[in-house]
Design a protein around this ligand. Structure first.
Ligand code: NAD
Ligand code: TDX
Length: 343
């Protein structure tokens, strides 16, 4: 039986990945390994742990701790690794890059070293399109391909690119069976409400304003989280070792249009709820993914349409208010005030 060690499985995408595999009845065992940082939440897995005790276990641990990772391998006879765990929020990386270098660079190095020592059969690194830097908005024909040079612009993306480079080096130097995915912005259930879409949806429900950075015309290429999870599993099963695969839905949207969509769906009025705030320093203007490689080589295509999946997403936040209200208190409030006060 395949046993996947899924790091960061209590976060947004990791928990959706575990959920998707269990819902699909994939014949794999899953070891959810997570430090439970501010972004990790056992509530994201609780129902799955209760329903699938023979297939899913949770291990609290730090990817920077070789002994903890080694123990998880030994206790559960891990055969493959899907490495999601990371510090993931660009704005927090601007407040302080130390935790990002630690988790995203050192953590990835530890995961690679333990996986190498244990002769892991596959190691998939979940990276991001942000490692490529930014694209001009006046040249829509240009998109990120896997050949685009890595030119990260934020401490977050720089630390993710550090992980990319380490993964690449373990293929060339040690012939490790590694795979890398680079996906665009995700949206969907269990998304931590510091990120644009869940922040705006929950602020609107709380009767608060939504803070749009700069002129609101930055472009992101949005993909429903389950499509990303499906792409990751496709690459894990069919990808060529040492290769990177871009993942995206050909769905470029400005932040203003995202905001208009959310406001319309939630029956609010733009002038009453939108506040323009000072721009994010170093704010990447445009991301756009060319996903030709994963489509032609591995036959992956997104299944969800933005127009319907965004409605499903909004409805999830309406139906799961206890989930996000529990998060949007305590430590979160301190962060929110630091991030947005006086901007
Ligand atoms: P998230 O912040 O929601 O979850 C990250 C998880 O990692 C949390 O559960 C956290 O507790 C865990 N974690 C952090 N440091 C850890 C450590 N030292 N040891 C063990 N666990 C630790 O992030 P996400 O949005 O789910 O992103 C998951 C991965 O996907 C990241 O690697 C991110 O770079 C990548 N990615 C995200 C997006 C996106 O739009 N969210 C797009 C492309 C790629
Ligand atoms: O309050 C806000 N106002 C605003 O205008 C926030 C939080 C964001 N924004 C803008 C900044 C971006 O242009 O919205 C866009 C999306 O911002 P985020 O949700 O913070 O995502 P982004 O910075 O694009 O990064 C995300 O996608 C790639 C994830 O957080 C990363 O982990 C992933 O690698």
């Amino acid at each position: 039986m395949r046993t996947l060690l899924v790091t960061g499985a209590a976060g947004f995408i990791g928990s959706n990945f575990v959920r998707m595999l269990l819902n699909r009845k994939e014949q794999v065992k899953l070891v959810a390994f997570d430090k439970l940082t501010y972004a990790g939440n056992l509530a994201n897995l609780q129902d799955l742990l209760a329903k699938h005790p023979d297939q899913l276990v949770f291990v609290k641990g730090d990817i920077c701790d070789p002994a903890a990772v080694t123990k998880a391998f030994d206790d559960h006879k891990v055969t493959e690794v899907v490495h999601f765990a990371a510090e993931s929020h660009v704005d927090r990386s601007i407040l302080g890059s130390g935790p990002f270098v630690q988790a995203n660079v050192v953590g990835t190095q530890v995961m690679l070293d333990v996986s190498k020592a244990k002769n892991v059969q596959k190691f998939l690194y979940v990276s991001t399109d942000e490692v490529y830097g930014t694209l001009p908005e006046d040249k829509p024909e240009i998109k990120f391909t896997e050949e685009t040079p890595l030119q990260p612009n934020s401490p977050y993306s720089a630390s993710k690119a550090g992980g990319d480079c380490l993964v690449r080096s373990y293929f060339h130097t040690f012939h490790m069976p590694v795979l890398t995915t680079r996906c665009s912005n995700n949206y969907g259930p269990y998304h931590f409400p510091e990120k644009l879409i869940p922040l705006f949806v929950t602020n609107l429900m709380e009767g608060k304003k939504v803070p749009l950075y700069g002129d609101g015309l930055n472009i992101r290429d949005w993909l429903y989280v389950e499509d990303h999870c499906d792409a990751i599993y496709t690459v894990l099963n069919k990808g060529r070792f040492g290769e990177a695969y871009n993942v995206g839905g050909n769905n470029e949207i400005t932040n203003r249009v995202i905001t208009e969509t959310l406001i319309r769906e939630m029956g609010k009025n733009w002038d009453e709820v939108v506040t323009y705030v000072k721009d994010r320093p170093g704010h990447d203007r445009r991301y756009a993914i060319d996903a030709t490689k994963i489509q032609t080589e591995l036959g992956w295509w997104p299944k969800y349409k933005f127009e319907t999946a965004i409605k499903t997403t909004i409805q999830w936040y309406i139906d799961n208010q206890s989930w996000w209200r529990a998060i949007k208190s305590g430590e979160y409030l301190k962060y929110y005030e630091t991030q947005y006060a006086g901007r």
